[in-house]
Design a protein around this ligand. Structure first.
Ligand code: GCU
Length: 348
């Protein structure tokens, strides 16, 4: 974090510590300030989804709640924001599942490479709220639970050098999310995995601390990684959702009517986010290509898949908590593949 940002974060933390923990905080008002932390910027689809969340809640419960959104890792890295959500200093945080793996091992499943065979299968799994609820509630003891998910595209490798085949990753220092499963995946691809928080990636590539990273296309534009890494290869190795997590005590303190409004607001934020995503991803690619001169490369995905083919059974062997969920996903993969075959279409 740059110095200015760090000072701001410290000031904000002081403010949160002083006013926030009691729950009712704005200086001359009785309204409960509801704080949401998000690492992304104000133009990102997730931020726009959160604006819908804010509007929906405030229109119905505006006399009681005021929603404040803190973008750009203003309250610290996502890991830090999760800790603040555990204690209740922050009420909601948007976090990738990699950041949740340390709280419950079931989230490791999303780091499994080539888990979903198609975007349709991925979305169908995530939209099955009854099934997902069990997983969402699994962090209750840690003081928070997931209230909804956000689509975060497909992850691909990008670097200062072209990556056309798995051998090109050999020896490259690639930033990965701070999760054991992502580290083993990247190692299996043959790269040197360098875990670090998302906010540090730009400078690390710029200064040559790492050679590249892996993420969706918006990282090139919204987070400006396209300025420092010019080769983006469609390895399509992961579809990792972001989760909106909420402090458990905050949720438990809501009346049934209030909870229903917050739940509906969360659901709507997911819809808006997805619509925005579909709009923004093509624009991001165009901007990256034309303005930033990033070269996009299709690769033979089967070669990359082969490199990590042992990881599924290895992870299933070591992590009992993902087995049932894995079977559930395979069923949906097969169902969608069947539908594609009928329509003469294809997967990813
Ligand atoms: C994506 C995702 C973020 C995550 C980031 C990362 O951008 O939306 O939530 O933090 O990847 O790679 O760390």
């Amino acid at each position: 974090m740059k110095t200015g940002k760090r000072i701001l974060a410290m000031l904000l933390s002081a403010v949160l510590a002083g006013w926030g923990l009691s729950g009712c905080s704005a200086l001359h008002t009785e309204k409960r300030i509801v704080r949401i932390a998000i690492g992304q910027s104000e133009t990102h689809p997730e931020y726009l989804g959160l604006l819908e969340f804010k509007e929906y809640v405030e229109e119905r419960l505006g006399d009681k709640f005021q929603i404040e959104i803190f973008p750009n890792e203003l309250l610290g890295s996502t890991q830090k924001a999760i800790e603040l959500t555990q204690t209740g200093a922050v009420d909601f945080t948007v976090a990738g599942t990699a950041n949740l793996e340390t709280f419950t091992k079931v989230y490791e499943i999303f780091s499994m490479p080539y888990l979903f065979d198609s975007v349709e299968a991925y979305v169908e799994v995530m939209e099955d709220t009854d099934y997902m609820k069990r997983i969402y509630e699994s962090t209750e003891e840690a003081g928070f639970q997931v209230v909804t998910w956000y689509y975060a595209g497909t992850r691909n490798f990008y670097a200062k050098k072209p990556i056309n085949k798995p051998e090109d990753l050999k020896g490259l220092k690639i930033r990965v999310q701070q999760s054991p499963a992502s580290i083993s995946m990247t190692k299996a691809f043959g790269a040197a995995a360098t875990p670090m928080s998302f906010g540090e990636v730009y400078t690390a590539i710029q200064q040559g601390v790492i050679d590249g990273a892996e993420n969706n296309e918006l990282a090139l534009t919204n987070n400006k990684h396209g300025e420092v890494a010019k080769y983006y290869s469609y390895t399509r190795h992961q579809m990792v959702p972001d989760m909106l997590i909420a402090n458990q005590r905050f949720l438990d303190g809501l009346s049934a009517e209030e909870r229903a409004i917050f739940d509906e607001a969360a659901r709507r934020s997911t819809q808006v986010e997805r619509e925005e995503w579909d709009k923004q991803v093509d624009e991001a690619r165009e901007t990256a290509e034309k303005k930033m001169k990033v070269q996009f490369q299709e690769v033979d995905m089967e070669l990359f898949k082969k490199k990590v083919s042992g990881i599924h059974s290895e992870m299933l062997e070591n992590n009992e908590s993902i087995r049932e969920f894995y079977q559930h996903i395979q069923k949906i993969n097969q169902k969608i593949a069947g539908e594609h075959a009928e329509q003469g279409g294809q997967g990813l």
